[in-house]
Write a protein that binds this ligand. Structure first.
Ligand code: 13P
Length: 248
């Protein structure tokens, strides 16, 4: 049996409450009208809209996620949100180590590793993002960077090793540029990620993210297990088409 397939939306810091609700209504009506999808679909809105989204999609199997979380359950961490708080409002998955968190907010592999372990411990599906910058690719360091980022999986203790993890290959240079990585580059990176991750864990899916549109989804549907979608996910029609194209 192949790995579980996912198409997940990352809204980043976009949409207001009205727009999130409208998006969810439109996406669900497309889901109900269309062919039943066999893959899992979900969305990570901004923290403050998670609850509203969950209320709309409850009972549909649609996954609701957070874009970040702190690793501690509680404490003096102004501005942070804990795994228990996320569980409390029904969060299914959490994006960890997104390149915008790594590069704009200075998150290190060490911090990302703590968040990953905390998500696993609290039964929230982690979506671990990895990927090289333009500069790293140009210096021929892509493999080295991916191997290092994946190596945090070695810290997972035995009792959490059988839990599912989603890994998203998101080359930084392809994010938000409208220029996705080529199929060849995605295939090579995804292969390496699978090889490295399988040294530490058994149950994982590898997604691609970075300027995905429906054409990219159709092109790469057989080489990865789905997608993490930014810009194109903001339009429910486009996100639905991408989901359909990844549904093999
Ligand atoms: P874009 O689809 O806008 O390139 O964003 C990808 C991404 O960062 C998803 O996490």
């Amino acid at each position: 049996m192949g790995a579980e397939r996912y198409v997940l939306a990352n809204f980043k810091m976009n949409k207001n409450l009205f727009e999130v609700k409208k998006w969810a209504d439109e996406f669900l009506s497309l889901l109900y009208k269309g062919k039943k999808l066999s893959l899992k679909v979900g969305c990570a809105p901004t923290f403050i809209y998670i609850k509203a989204l969950k209320e709309i999609v409850i009972g549909t199997g649609f996954l609701v996620g957070a874009q970040n979380m702190h690793f501690e359950e509680k404490g003096a961490f102004t501005g942070e949100v804990s795994p228990t708080q996320l569980k409390d409002i029904g969060v299914d998955f959490v994006i960890i180590g997104h390149s915008e968190r790594r590069n704009i907010f200075g998150e290190s592999d060490e911090l990302i590793s703590k968040k990953l372990l905390s998500a696993l411990k609290h039964n929230i599906l982690p979506v671990l993002c990895v990927g090289e910058t333009k500069e790293e690719r140009e210096k021929g360091e892509t493999e080295k960077v991916l191997i290092k980022q994946i190596s945090i999986l070695s810290k997972i203790p035995d009792e959490l090793k059988n839990q599912k993890i989603v890994i998203a290959y998101e080359p930084v240079w392809a994010i938000g540029t409208g220029i996705p990585a080529t199929k060849d580059k995605i295939e090579k990176a995804v292969e390496l990620i699978r090889e490295e991750a399988s040294k530490f864990i058994k149950d994982f899916s590898v997604l691609y993210g970075g300027s995905i549109d429906e054409k990219v989804a159709e092109e790469i549907k057989d080489i990865c297990d789905g997608g993490l979608v930014g810009t194109a996910s903001l339009d429910p029609q486009k996100f639905y088409k991408i989901s359909q194209n990844f549904d093999v």
